[in-house]
Every structure is written in C-alpha cells, then in structure tokens.
Write a protein that binds this ligand. Structure first.
Ligand SMILES: Cc1ncc(COP(=O)(O)O)c(C=O)c1O
Length: 363
C-alpha cells in the first residue's frame, strides 16, 4: 500500500520568502532592500530585555503567552482584553494558524492580488480553493463589489492587507467600511496590518474599530517590521472574544520562546524607537519620490516601509544589475505585480547608492 500523502500538501511551496544575506555571495557590501526589514536597527528596549532573558536559557519559557497578551492589552489601552490576543512564532505563523482554524478541503479563501505570497500558498496547503479578486485600476484599489460577488457558502476567509505588500498602497476607510458592512456572518475578514505604523494617510484605518463593533475580523500584526525584530519570529493577532477563544485552542504550551517573548514585551514600551523609525522612513520616502520623479520612474505612493516601482527594464536584469551595484531588491512578479520591483526604504546611504545605481543602469 502506498503512503497516504495528502495530495494538496504534496507539492513544493510557492511562497519561499526573500533570500537572506548568507545565501548570496558578493565581494561588496550589500544593502538588503529586499525583505522590508527595519533598516534602522532593532528596538533598544527589546535588546535590553533579551539580555536579561539570556541569563535563564536553561529554563523553559512561560507555558502560555499570558504575559505578552497582558502587555498587548496595556499597549492597546484596554480596548481588548488579554484573551482577545493570539500570539504566534511570527506573522506568517499567525496567518497559518488562522487558516488551520477555518480552511479545509471544500472551503474557499478570497485573496486580492498583488498580495503577500503566503496567503495563496498556505491556503492551498490546507486543501482550500483560492479565489483571487485582483486589485483594480492604476491606484490598485480593492474591488469591494467583486469581493461580494465572489463570496458563496464555501467562503471562509477574506484576506485584505493595508498597507499592502507588495504595492505599498492602503485601503481607505470608506472602502473598508463598505466591505465590513456587507460580509455575511459565516465569513471572517483577516485584516493584515503588519505595516500599520508607517501609514500616515488621514483615512487609513486599522481592524480595531471593526473588532470592537463585534464584526468577524482578525487584525494580524508582527514584531518583524517597525520593531526591527524579524529574526525573533513573533507575531500576534486580535479578534472578537469568540474567534480569539477558538484560535487560542490551537496554541501549543511553551510556544513563544522566552527570549522572543521578553523582547516583544520590551518592544511594546519602546515608543521612541517606533517614532524615530517612522520619521526616518517618511523622510527617506520623500527622498526616493524626489529622485524617482527626476528619473521618470513609475512608482506607487506608499504607506509602508517599501516602494513598488516599474522600471523600464526586464526585472531579472534590473535585479541582477542592482545586486552587482551592492543592492538587493525583490522581483514583485511572484506576488502578482509583473514587471515590478519592491524596494525596502533604506538609510540615506543605501538610498543614495540605490539612486546612483538605478541612474547608471537605466540611462
Ligand atoms: C503583508 C505581510 N503579512 C505578514 C508578514 C509576516 O511577517 P513575519 O512572519 O515576519 O511576522 C509579512 C512579511 O513580509 C507581510 O509582508
């Protein structure tokens, strides 16, 4: 008898994540602008907390995530209680946990490409059918009516992302309102807001008010981006008491390692690091806009810590030439943005080199 591999699991993953520096070789200093990491370092308060944590590595961590959830409750000004948070080993692990709670063979999951590659890949690994309702127009906005048209009795999850990866665009409040008011009761909206700290548009909205209203919404967050803790793999989500109770049953004992938990708790208090990171990103975003305009490069205005551009050169060649110049960027094709490159906003030094290199390869 052959082994009983699940057919939908028995295929290579399409979502692989960006290359790490150890995977590439170059005799030059490489600026890694390919994974939307914080180019300004990590929260000092998180590092301090980790240093203390390192002294007790022989002990198991807390059995549950209660301390981190309490810290989140405080961080959110008690808008939610501690048991409305679900912490995981990264944002992607949170997405995977949500999917394991709601998807199986015969169910459907709506995504809106261009989107974060994990949504499509992970949903298929749970045997679900992925229904793509692409973003539309030059401004890549959400097609709310088309989403309503795609919902049926098999639909379980809708993924929306604001600010969105890889486009950097956001979903204005009136569109989120329209979506949330028309989603039927059997469907959960997963609102991925891992880049929320960078958004400064007046009509940007998070998932918080909708969860407060009792809608079936899960707000997904990560410590990898603004807090600069990508290496530690900590993420969390918040939701209604009913959904959070359900998802929390999927957690394992000792799931969050002690160093990561202490770092995350420390990071939540580090308002200064977040403000200085966000300030630097906005300053450097303006610098890049200025030069992209001067060089007549097409790009989308961003609310995140990266920018999607459409260079007038084949993307593989563009990526290769930038790498030879010392800069790693990401081909956004696999995320559904053909012929586009996603570039993390760097330090001034990195951005200057980026602009000089782009200028020399395109002109
Ligand atoms: C939109 C989006 N959601 C979730 C994540 C997951 O982040 P992490 O797994 O590092 O917490 C990412 C990472 O790039 C992302 O871009």
């Amino acid at each position: 008898m052959p082994l009983h591999f699940k057919s939908y699991l028995n295929k290579p993953s399409s979502y692989k994540g960006g290359k790490s520096l150890s995977e590439v070789s170059s005799d030059k200093k490489i600026y890694k602008l390919s994974s939307n990491e914080n180019q300004f370092g990590s929260s000092p308060m998180a590092i301090e907390a980790m240093e203390t944590s390192l002294k007790t590595l022989s002990l198991y961590p807390d059995r549950t995530d209660h301390r981190l959830c309490k810290a989140l409750e405080q961080f959110y000004g008690s808008v939610f209680s501690a048991d409305q948070f679900i912490t995981t080993n990264s944002g992607v692990a949170n997405i995977e946990m949500i999917m394991s709670g709601f998807l199986e063979e015969g169910t459907e999951c709506i995504i809106c490409n261009p989107a974060f590659g994990a949504y499509d890949d992970f949903a298929r690994k749970f045997g679900a059918t992925v229904v793509d309702v692409p973003l539309v127009g030059n401004d890549l906005h959400l097609d709310v009516d088309a989403i309503f048209g795609a919902i049926n009795e098999h639909t379980r999850l809708i993924f929306i992302t604001s600010p969105n990866n890889p486009t950097g665009t956001y979903i204005p409040k009136d569109q989120v309102d329209a979506l949330m008011s028309g989603v039927p009761d059997h469907v959960v909206v997963v609102y991925d807001e891992v880049y929320f700290q960078f958004a400064d548009a007046d009509d940007y909205v998070r998932g918080i008010p909708y969860v407060k209203e009792g809608k079936n919404v899960i707000g997904v967050n990560s410590f990898s981006k603004a807090y600069g803790l990508a290496a530690l793999r900590v993420g969390y989500s918040y939701s209604t008491p009913e959904i959070a109770r359900y998802l929390r049953q999927l957690q394992r004992p000792f799931m969050i390692n002690a160093v990561s938990m202490d770092a995350a708790i420390g990071a939540l208090q580090d308002h200064e690091f977040i403000s200085s990171t966000v300030e630097s990103i906005h300053r450097e975003r303006d610098y890049l806009y200025l030069h992209f305009d001067r060089l007549e490069i097409d790009y989308w205005k961003t609310q995140a810590n990266f920018i999607l551009i459409k260079p007038t050169m084949h993307i593989a060649e563009f990526e290769e030439k930038l790498f030879r110049g010392g800069i790693m960027i990401r081909d956004a094709g696999p995320f559904g943005a053909q012929d586009c490159a996603r570039i993390t906003i760097g330090t001034r030094e990195a951005n200057q080199l980026l602009i000089e290199t782009i200028e020399s390869i395109l002109y």
